[in-house]
Write a protein that binds this ligand. Structure first.
Ligand code: GTP
Ligand code: MG
Length: 301
């Protein structure tokens, strides 16, 4: 940065198919875990703001749910988060799993992108998983849409291509003051993050069947400043009574493991000792219950 240059500011939306690596990329860019990651699709359900502060300026990254055709009210809301990120962004970064063949779902995403004039980048992610000779044809394929100003191969998991990506993103940002305090790296409240971390562990330790049907609600979040202790009481909701044992495990072993791992993550994020109390509840149609969905999101609004 020369002495006369002004700091820059801009908003970058991270969008793409479920499981493409959007949240992994956000965490990699920030060097901080702000958005949960799992090997199962539809992990992110909201818009998560991650803030990158550098001498060049500030970029707010919007992590979004994977784009899919919505079947439940939950999923309609998820797609609303994607659209709102589209409308706010200065650059839309489409994250693509380079190892996945191009299919109907990708066409759907390309059509959605055609509806907006905002500059777009295509980020070919997971290049650590593909043979080198596959990359050029893939770059040509994405070039052929005539939609993308930049096509950048990256590996969010291994950190490849990230410095170059940030360079070209900053080149696109215009001069302007930061809109978030420069010591912040996310806007999500601790209470919301706590629910997310618990959900991440549920996704990690339960079978294929549960990801779509589990929600986590933080019932109480109490700080005891003198003791540097945070007490968190949360409920893991499933849709059927028969799913409860999947979360609880034999003699409660699974929920204990979920709780221990979530607590350790939260202690490092919150910089305090954490007491975490988990319950399992049943709410049969929570994915259609607007009021309940609103309650899950309220700390974000
Ligand atoms: N090998 C490899 N795996 C990756 C890379 N980036 C992400 N992954 C893995 O891909 C899976 C999905 O990552 P997420 O970051 O949760 O993907 P997402 O796009 O946020 O997914 P949704 O929130 O469900 O839309 C996880 O198992 C990640 O570890 C990468 O560069 N290389
Ligand atoms: Mg995600």
């Amino acid at each position: 940065m020369t002495e006369t240059s002004q700091p820059k500011f801009g908003i970058v939306a991270l969008v793409g198919r479920p499981n493409a690596g959007k949240s992994t990329l956000l965490n990699r860019i920030l060097g901080q875990k702000v958005s949960i990651v799992s090997e199962k699709p539809q992990t992110t359900r909201n818009r998560i703001v991650g803030i990158l502060n550098q001498p060049l300026g500030q970029i707010a990254f919007l992590d979004t749910p994977g784009i899919h055709r919505p079947l439940h009210k939950l999923n309609v809301r998820m797609m609303d988060h994607v659209r709102s990120a589209f409308s706010e962004a200065d650059v839309i970064a489409l994250i693509i799993d380079a190892a996945e063949p191009f299919g109907r779902g990708d066409e759907y995403v390309i059509e959605m992108l055609r509806e907006t004039d905002t500059p777009k980048f295509a980020l070919l992610n997971k290049i650590d998983t593909i043979k080198k000779n596959k990359l050029l044809p893939l770059m040509q394929h994405y070039g052929s849409f005539g939609l993308f100003d930049e096509i950048v191969p990256i590996s969010a998991a291994q950190g490849e291509g990230i410095d170059r990506l940030l360079e070209i993103l900053f080149a696109r940002m215009v001069e302007g003051p930061p809109i978030y305090p420069i010591e912040d790296f996310t806007t999500q409240p601790e209470r919301f993050y706590a629910a997310e971390i618990v959900r991440e562990k549920v996704l990690r330790y339960t079978s294929e069947e549960l990801p779509y049907t589990t929600a986590v609600h933080v019932d109480r979040f109490e700080e005891e400043e003198v003791k540097n202790l945070i007490k968190i009481y949360a409920t893991i909701f499933v849709e059927r009574e028969t799913q409860k044992p999947i979360v609880i495990g034999k003699r409660g072993e699974r929920i204990k493991q979920i709780g221990t791992e979530a607590r350790l993550d939260l202690e490092s994020f919150l910089g305090a000792k954490v007491f975490l109390d988990l319950h399992v509840g049943v709410h049969e149609r929570w994915r259609e219950d607007e009021r309940f969905l609103g309650e899950l999101e309220w700390p974000l609004s």
